[in-house]
Design a protein around this ligand. Sequence first.
Ligand SMILES: [Zn+2]
Length: 547
Amino acid sequence: MKASFFPNSAALVLTALALGSFLVGQPYPRVHADEPVYDLLITNARIIDGSGNPWFRADVAVRDGRIARIGRIASASAKRTLDARGQILAPGFIDVHTHVESIYSLPAAENFVRMGVTSLVTGNCGTSTTDVGEFLGRMKSQPLAVNLATLIAHGSVRRKVMGLGDREPQPDELKQMEAIVEQGMKDGAVGLSTGLIYVPGTYAKTDEIVALARVAARYGGLYATHMRNEGDKVADAIRESIQIGELAGLPVEISHFKISNKKLWGQSPMTLGLVRDARARGLMVTVDQYAYTASSTSLDSRLPAWLRAGGLDEAKKRLADKATREKAINDTKDALKRSGFKDYSFAVVASYDRDKSFNGKSIAEITKQVRNKTDVTSQIEQMLDMYEAGGAAMIYHGMDEGDVKRIMQEPFTMIASDSGVRQLDESVPHPRGYGNNARVLGHYVRELKLISLEDAIRKMTSLPAQTFGFRDRGLIREGFAADFVIFDETTISDQATFDKPHQFPVGIGYVIVNGETVLANGQMTEARPGMALRGSGSNILLQSRLK
Ligand SMILES: [Zn+2]
C-alpha cells in the first residue's frame, strides 16, 4: 500500500544515514536529547587548524580525548563549554627538539605547557635513554601533563657499548649497538639521533652512523642530527647529514639549524640551498630552529675533542701535563680564531655548580674578576679550570639575526625549543625554554610580520607531526587527538630574557591535552593526561603479533 510505503522508506533512509554516520565515525547521539553527548565544547574560537590555511570560525566538540565534531554545535550537547570568543584555537604545539630525560621529576612540564606545547620529542643530540620501553612505559605509573616521544640516541648507545673512547667500533661492538637501536625502535623510538660535537658521538665516522641509521630506517624512523659542525665547516656537516640519509634510506632532520661562525654570518641562503637541493633529489630533509641568536650547550664543547676522550678523569690526567695543557690552549685558541670571535665575551655561563655567582656572567667577565686579566689565553685557562671543576652549561651569543629570520621563513623549518624541563629560578638558563613559541607568535609574527600566524602555527603543529609520524596530531580535524592551545594573538608574547629567563609568556589562556585541560585561565591544573607517542616500529611489532 502506498500509505505505508513512504514511512517505511523514510525509516530505511534514516537507518542508512545512522549507519553511514557510524561507519565514517561521525558522532550519532544514542542518548536522550537532553543528555550531553560531548565532554567538552569550545565555542566561538577562530580556528587556525595547523594546515597553514587561513583561520575559520567554528565550534569544536571533544569526546573521549578526540575531536568529535567541528561545526555549529549546540551548547546543551556538552558537559562543559568553553567560550573562546576573541581567541585563537590551534592544535597544541609539538616541540620536536627537547632534552627532557628528567621529565618524570617535573611531570607538569610547566615551562612547556605555558608556551602552548602539548607534545615533546626528547632523546635529541645523541643523548637518550637506552631503554625506550621502560622510559615510555613509566608514563603509566608516573603520568605526565604532556605527550612524550623519544629518539634512540647514538651517543648513549655508543657509550653503553664502547665507553667514551676515541676509537672505531669493533665489528661485534657495532653489532651490539645495532641491536640496542633495533630494540629501541621496536619499543617505539621515532628515530635515531646523533650529537657529533659531543663525547663520544664526535669519535664516530660517517659509516658507523649509516649502519645504525639503516636499523632506524627499517622501522620507519628518521635521522635527527646535531651536526658535526655548525661553524666554519657547516656546509660539510650538512652534506654529511644528507649523505647519511641517502645511504641509509631515511628522512633527515637537522637539529637547531644555524650558523654560529661569525665569518659565515649571512650565508644561510647557501646552507638552506644545500637542504633544498637534497629535497629536489627526493630526500626528505627538514630542519628545526629556536627563535634566538644565542645557542646553549656545554662549556666543554668549545674544547678540543682529543682532550675530552674518555671523559673528565682522562682529560684531567692529560691537562696535568704542561705541554699537553699548552696544546689544548693553542687548539682552543685556533678554534676561536676560526669562529670569527675575538674573545669569549659572547660566552655566558648559564649554570656552574662550583660557584653560582658565575651564572649570568661571560667568560671574559669571570676571567677579569678571578684573574684580573683580559687576554684570550687567560680566558681559556679559566675555561679549563671550570671544565676540570665539573664543567658548566653555557649560552653562546653567536648567531646573526638575518640568518635566524631567513631560516624561519623556509617552508621546511619547524619551531622547537631545544630545552629541558625547567625548575623555576634554578640557574640562568637560555630563555628559549620559557618563551620560544610565544616569541615566534608575538615578536616574529605580530611585531615583525616575518611570517603569517597561520604559517607559524603550521611550523609548530602539522609539520612536526608529519615529520615525526604523529598521524593523528598537529591538525584540528575530526578524529584527531584533542590537543589544543587557546591564545590571544594580540597579546601573546615571551617574557623570558637572557638576564631573567624564569618568566612565563603571556597571552596563552588554555592548553588542553587529549581532551583534558592542563592550563585553565592561565593556571596550571593537576591533570596528567599525557600519552606515550610511539614510532611506527612498535606498530610493525604489534601487527606481526596480531597475525
Ligand atoms: Zn643539540
